[in-house]
Write a new protein. Structure first.
Ligand code: NAD
Ligand code: MG
Length: 301
């Protein structure tokens, strides 16, 4: 089920990613978060060529949105590097259990926790469950998020603005605050922002604003925590084939999703996961306050 070559049309002779983007049939999901298991084709979240080398051995990592998409791929790569995982998600039971099963088959350890990160009390619950289960926290990946398109500022209701901010940045503030007392020298915080903030995309004003706040949060917190040798960085994905897309875009816009960048295709989640490994591990011991862009060349950071 999870063999990456099963999920996409095989390339024929002479075709490359550059000349042959994966075709995404029109599809739409009415509810966010979207369900990865309903997507056609399924996103590719693992790379059999990626072999771990113990970079995160016995580290405990909390990954929000770890059930699906980018978070799932990060979870798989972290597990290959020896990390023990806490995957936080909203309500996507099937996606979360599929991720857990896959990682357990690799020999990894996973604790699943579902709930609403907009609720500040949920953060203390996550921290308590993590510490009860594994005894410590070393890495926090703040990756959960939602996006809603709107043509005009006047089409964004006050409730939607509030919802996007609560989901994307308040959640990060609440959870980071709850986790921080447990972090030590060498710990790493990684926040998922977005290329849309750098491109200033006009039909995602509330989302772009929330992702801009994440950049500010990352930079200020990095400065603040540097004396403790706790590093804080962000990753800014370009277009990636995840459940966020069919759950937020019109069905007719899906076939061309990601096709306008220099590489003329969307990324697959496994193509961003190693950056999170780098930022989580000691390989990036002198890297803090940075935003790493992974977008097929669409934005040059
Ligand atoms: P995804 O839908 O697979 O993951 C988002 C996750 O956020 C969901 O799995 C969901 O469980 C979680 N979530 C949302 N609201 C929540 C809440 N209130 N409480 C708990 N969990 C909640 O999609 P993805 O694309 O992998 O998204 C991961 C991150 O990447 C998001 O922050 C998104 O904004 C960002 N991003 C994605 C793209 C892209 O093209 N896919 C581009 C730029 C940035
Ligand atoms: Mg999900």
């Amino acid at each position: 089920m999870f063999n990456k070559f099963d999920t996409i049309r095989p390339y024929t002779k002479g075709e490359t990613c550059r000349t042959f983007p994966v075709y995404y049939p029109p599809q739409h999901q009415d509810i966010q978060p979207g369900m990865e298991y309903l997507m056609k084709p399924l996103p590719v979240f693992d790379d059999s060529n990626y072999k771990g080398s113990g970079k995160l051995k016995d580290k405990v990592a909390i990954i929000t949105g770890g059930d699906s998409g980018i978070g799932r791929a990060v979870a798989v790569f972290f597990a290959k590097e020896g990390a023990k995982l806490v995957l936080v998600y909203y309500n996507e039971e099937r996606d979360a259990n599929d991720t857990k099963d896959y990682i357990e088959r690799l020999g990894g350890e996973v604790l699943l926790i579902h709930g609403d990160l907009k609720n500040k009390d949920f953060s203390s619950f996550i921290v308590n469950e993590t510490v009860n289960c594994y005894g410590k926290i070393d890495i926090l990946v703040n990756n959960a998020g939602v996006q809603y398109f709107a043509d005009n500022l006047t089409d964004i209701s006050n409730e939607q603005f509030d919802y996007t901010m609560k989901s994307n940045i308040y959640s990060m503030f609440y959870l980071t605050k709850a986790v921080l007392p447990y972090l030590k020298s060498g710990s790493s915080i990684i926040n998922t922002t977005s290329i849309t903030t750098y491109n200033g995309e006009g039909d995602l004003i509330d989302y772009v604003t929330s992702k801009g706040a994440i950049v500010g949060f990352t930079r200020a917190l990095a400065t603040n925590l540097a004396p403790k040798n706790i590093r804080v960085n962000a990753v800014a994905p370009g277009p990636f084939w995840t459940a966020l897309q069919p759950a937020s875009r019109k069905a007719k816009d899906i076939p061309t999703f990601g096709s306008t960048g220099p590489m003329k295709r969307a990324g697959q989640p496994y193509e961003i996961a190693a950056i999170y490994v780098y930022l989580a591990s000691n390989d990036s011991s002198y890297t803090t306050g940075q935003v790493i862009h992974v977008n097929g060349g669409e934005y040059k950071g």
